[in-house]
Design a protein around this ligand. Structure first.
Ligand code: HSE
Length: 400
C-alpha cells in the first residue's frame, strides 16, 4: 500500500483526494498496488467532514513518518511551501506540486535535492493545469531540439480576450463579468498583467534549455490596455488577439516574452477559446505539435497531480534524470527579435511613411481620427526607435 500526504486542502488538494477516491481502482491497477491518503496538512479543521480524521497541522508529522512515500504540495506561494517540500525530499519522500510560484523560483534546487536523496520532484500541474506538457517535454520530446514554445497558458486572460472578440466589449466590462462569475480573481493583477504566464513560460523554457530561466527576466506585457477598437482592427485583418507566452531559440539561448499577439487563422492557437489553455511546440525533428485542454480548475489540475503520484509510485527508489541546472541562463534580448507590428497612431499618413517607409494601412471606419497600419518585418529595437520618432502611438500589437 502506497501512503501519501496532501499539503494544502484547498481547491487542488481537495481535488486530489476526490480524484483518488473516484478512480481508486484504475489508479491502483496502474501503480500495481493500493494507494491511501494518510495525512492532510492544513491550518484549518474541517468539522464533520470525513477528511478531518486525516488532518494534521504540523508538517513535521508527515516528514517524520516513514510510511509516507509521496507528498502532494498544493498550498501555493513560495513560503512555507519551499520549506515543507524541501523537508519532505530530505526525509526521502518524493514530491509533486501544482505550485508554479514555487517551481519557477526554486525548481532547479528542488530537482537537485531530489537527485541527492534518490527520490523525485515532479510538477506537471504547475503549467497548463491538466494538460500533460511537462511530461511531454521531459519524456516524449527528448529526441528534439525545441525551437519554439508558444502557449496560451492563462485561462483568465484567454476568457477575457475571447469574450472581447465575441461580443466587442471593452476590457473593464469583461473583467468585471469574469470576476462576478468567479473566473477572475478579485485582485486580477497577476493574470491580466501576464505575471502568471511569465512564471509558466520561465518553467517551460528552463526545461527545454536544461537550466534556470528567471521569470523576472521575461519581458512581460499584459492585456489591460487592449480595447474594443483593437478587436475591430484584428477582425479586419482576419486575426485574433491572444495573450501568448513565447520562447524562441536564438543560438544557444532563447528570447522569452509574454505579450498580446495577433494570430492568423492558420495558427493552431487561433481557435483556443475561453478558459482553455494550449501549448504549441516546434521541434527540429518533430515539426509542430500542440497540447490542448483545461489549464485550471480543481479536478483537471488534480488529475495532473495524481498522474504525477502514479509516476512517483512507479519509481520509488529510483531517481528519474531531469536536466535543470541552477545556473541562470542569460536569455536573449527580445529587442533583437523580428516581427511585423500593428500600430494605431494619431499622426498623419505623411508622418507614418516618413518614419516607417512602406506600410499597409488597415481601415476601420469606427476608429475616427486615427490611423491603423502594419509595418514591414523589423527588429523590436528598430520599431521602438521609429515609434519614438513618430510619437502619438495609441497602440502596438505584434504579429505572430
Ligand atoms: N490564474 C490561472 C489562470 C490559474 O487563469 O490560468 C491556473 O494557473
Amino acid at each position: 500500500m502506497i501512503k501519501i500526504a496532501v499539503m494544502g486542502y484547498g481547491t487542488i488538494g481537495s481535488g486530489v483526494v476526490q480524484v483518488i477516491e473516484t478512480n481508486q481502482d484504475s489508479i491502483c491497477k496502474k501503480i500495481g498496488e493500493g494507494i491511501e491518503v494518510k495525512y492532510v496538512l492544513d491550518l484549518r479543521d474541517f468539522g464533520d467532514d470525513p477528511i478531518q480524521s486525516k488532518v494534521v497541522h504540523d508538517y513535521q508529522t508527515i516528514a517524520a513518518d516513514p510510511e509516507v512515500a509521496i507528498v502532494v504540495e498544493s498550498m501555493g506561494g513560495v513560503e512555507p511551501a519551499y520549506t515543507f517540500v524541501k523537508a519532505m525530499l530530505l526525509a526521502g519522500k518524493s514530491v509533486t506540486t501544482s505550485n508554479k510560484a514555487l517551481v519557477a523560483a526554486r525548481g532547479a534546487e528542488l530537482v537537485a535535492v531530489a537527485k541527492e536523496k534518490n527520490v523525485n520532484f515532479m510538477f506537471e500541474a504547475s503549467v497548463g493545469g491538466g494538460i500533460p506538457i511537462i511530461r511531454a517535454l521531459n519524456s516524449c520530446l527528448t529526441a528534439d531540439r525545441i525551437e519554439e514554445i508558444s502557449g496560451i497558458v492563462n485561462g483568465t486572460t484567454n476568457y477575457i480576450m475571447t469574450k472581447m472578440a465575441e461580443e466587442g466589449c471593452d476590457f473593464d466590462e469583461v473583467l468585471k463579468e469574469a470576476q462576478d462569475k468567479g473566473y477572475a480573481e478579485k485582485d486580477p493583477t497577476a493574470d491580466i498583467e501576464g505575471h502568471d504566464a511569465g512564471r509558466k513560460i520561465a518553467i517551460l523554457t528552463s526545461l527545454i534549455a536544461g537550466q534556470q530561466v528567471d521569470f523576472e527576466d521575461v519581458h512581460t506585457e499584459g492585456i489591460s490596455k487592449i480595447t474594443a477598437t483593437d478587436i475591430l482592427y484584428a477582425k479586419k485583418m482576419g486575426r485574433v488577439i491572444k495573450l501568448l507566452a513565447t520562447s524562441r531559440e536564438v543560438g544557444d539561448t532563447y528570447t522569452v516574452m509574454v505579450a498580446p499577439f495577433l494570430l492568423p487563422k492558420e495558427h493552431p492557437l487561433y481557435t483556443v477559446n475561453g478558459v482553455f489553455n494550449a501549448v504549441f511546440v516546434r521541434g527540429n525533428m518533430l515539426g509542430d505539435a500542440m497540447f490542448y485542454g483545461s489549464g485550471a480548475g480543481s479536478l483537471p489540475t488534480a488529475s495532473a497531480v495524481v498522474a504525477d503520484v502514479v509516476e512517483l509510485a512507479k519509481h520509488i527508489g529510483r531517481h528519474i534524470e531531469l536536466e535543470w541546472r541552477p545556473e541562470k541562463l542569460p536569455i536573449a534580448d527580445y529587442r533583437q527579435q523580428s516581427t511585423r507590428f500593428f500600430v494605431r497612431t494619431g499622426a498623419d499618413k505623411a508622418a507614418v511613411e516618413n518614419v516607417f517607409g512602406s506600410v499597409e494601412y488597415i481601415d476601420v471606419p469606427e476608429a475616427a481620427g486615427e490611423i491603423g497600419f502594419l509595418t514591414t518585418e523589423m527588429k523590436e529595437a528598430e520599431y521602438e526607435e521609429k515609434a519614438g520618432k513618430l510619437g502619438s502611438v495609441i497602440q502596438m500589437i505584434r504579429f505572430h
